[in-house]
Design a protein around this ligand. Structure first.
Ligand SMILES: NC(=O)c1ccc[n+]([C@@H]2O[C@H](COP(=O)([O-])OP(=O)(O)OC[C@H]3O[C@@H](n4cnc5c(N)ncnc54)[C@H](OP(=O)(O)O)[C@@H]3O)[C@@H](O)[C@H]2O)c1
Ligand SMILES: *[C@@H]1O[C@H](CO)[C@@H](O)[C@H](O)[C@H]1NC(C)=O
Length: 342
């Protein structure tokens, strides 16, 4: 019996690669053509958001700030209120504010419930709430303190999605998940990156389970202007202390940040078209090819540029300091003192 099984695997080892290769040669051209046609079709018949209800978590700062007819959730009430006022100024007909913590399952149920009680429907759910941590795995003084990354980024998304699904099904709505480009093994970001990779595969699986009625758009941003890219993240003690812009400079180096407005606009357009993925800014997609074809080069670059016992001495930060490129690359309106940490 064992011998037969071994034989089957040996046969598959020989047959699977050429089968795949020839399938690629024959199928890729018609497949690419039909995808192109479909994207043109989706572009023409893009959804009109008028009268639609959009629930956004993590709306009190950064990417979550701009949108349509809105239900906005986050923990900091005062920051949320400022965003509500701004959304009304921009012409949103009705904005509901729901203070809540997405790592708490009861809060997630309440966030969806209050949205439905107020608007009577839900068309888009945007899981945007999230936090980052910047610390070498070995430096983490209390490893359990980092569970909150998974609780907020992954579980926060899963909880709200679970409660919202019946309503999204009813409206044939859309699900938008904020991940991050799942191709880069960025040092000091192991927990954050793991939570984002989990989000990608979670929603890819859900896409199969919930079927084509609810479109799932997975957003994989590059670097976007926000409190996070201003240096607000959990440090090695597992606490969000003050904003650490030096460490931010090490991690972001000379990669230009995109404005939150441009990113938010791209997300809205992409969701309305029903795209499966959105990478914003679009040039960030090229990194995927580097990862596929030269994975060792990426690791080697990271080691060379980011790893240094004193982050201040890391070449990734030196590039920024020496060239004086910082002001151009982070055109931010935020000031450290305005960022409220918790
Ligand atoms: N900026 C980038 O370069 C970048 C790149 C890739 C992916 N992303 C992703 O984009 C999303 C938005 O991030 P951002 O860049 O806009 O960062 P941000 O400015 O730090 O915004 C994060 C938002 O999440 C909220 N939040 C944090 N913990 C929460 C909790 N437990 N419950 C409810 N809300 C919570 C925060 O509000 P409160 O503190 O008031 O709760 C805030 O509104 C995140 O998922 C992030 O991982 C960002
Ligand atoms: C890890 O996080 C960084 C910073 O946001 C990002 O550039 C990278 O693509 C992420 N990688 C994964 C696997 O999510």
């Amino acid at each position: 019996m064992m011998a037969l099984l071994d034989l089957i695997h040996k046969f598959l080892n020989v047959i699977a690669p050429p089968f795949t290769f020839f399938s690629l040669c024959f199928l890729l051209p018609p497949y690419s053509f039909s995808k192109l046609f479909l994207s043109f079709f989706n572009f023409i018949f893009s959804e009109d958001l008028a009268g639609k209800v959009v629930l956004i978590t993590g709306a009190s700062s950064g990417i979550g700030e701009r949108g349509a007819r809105l239900s906005l959730a986050a923990r900091r009430e005062s920051s949320l209120r400022e965003v509500v006022d701004r959304a009304l100024d921009y012409g949103s007909p009705d904005v509901l504010m729901i203070p809540g913590d997405v790592s708490n399952v009861e809060d997630c149920a309440r966030i969806v419930e209050e949205t439905i009680n107020h608007f009577g429907r839900l068309d888009h759910l945007v899981n945007n709430a999230g936090i980052n941590s910047v610390c070498m795995f070995e430096e983490a003084t209390d490893i359990t303190a980092f569970r909150t990354i998974m609780d907020r980024n992954f579980w926060g998304s899963a909880y709200t999605t679970r409660f919202a699904l019946p309503y999204l099904r009813e409206s044939r709505g859309k699900k938008i998940a904020l991940a991050s480009a799942p191709w880069l093994p960025t040092p000091r970001m192991s927990f954050y990156n793991a939570s984002k990779a989990a989000i990608v595969i979670f929603y890819e699986t859900l896409r199969v389970e919930i079927g084509p009625e609810i479109r799932v758009t997975i957003v994989t941003p590059g670097f976007i202007e926000s409190e996070m890219t201003q240096g607000k993240f959990l440090l090695k003690e597992g606490k969000m202390r003050e904003v650490d812009q030096d460490l931010r400079d090490v991690q972001l180096s000379a990669i230009p940040v995109e404005t939150a407005g441009a990113c938010a606009a791209a997300i809205v357009k992409s969701a309305c078209r029903g795209d499966r993925y959105l990478t914003e800014p679009a040039w960030f997609k090229v990194i995927y090819f580097w990862k596929v074809f030269f994975p060792e080069v990426i690791e080697w670059c990271y080691r060379l540029m980011y790893m240094n016992s004193s982050p201040q001495e890391a070449p990734s930060k030196k590039i920024l300091d020496l060239t004086g490129a910082k002001n151009i690359l982070y055109p931010s309106t935020l000031h450290t003192s305005e960022i409220k940490t918790d």
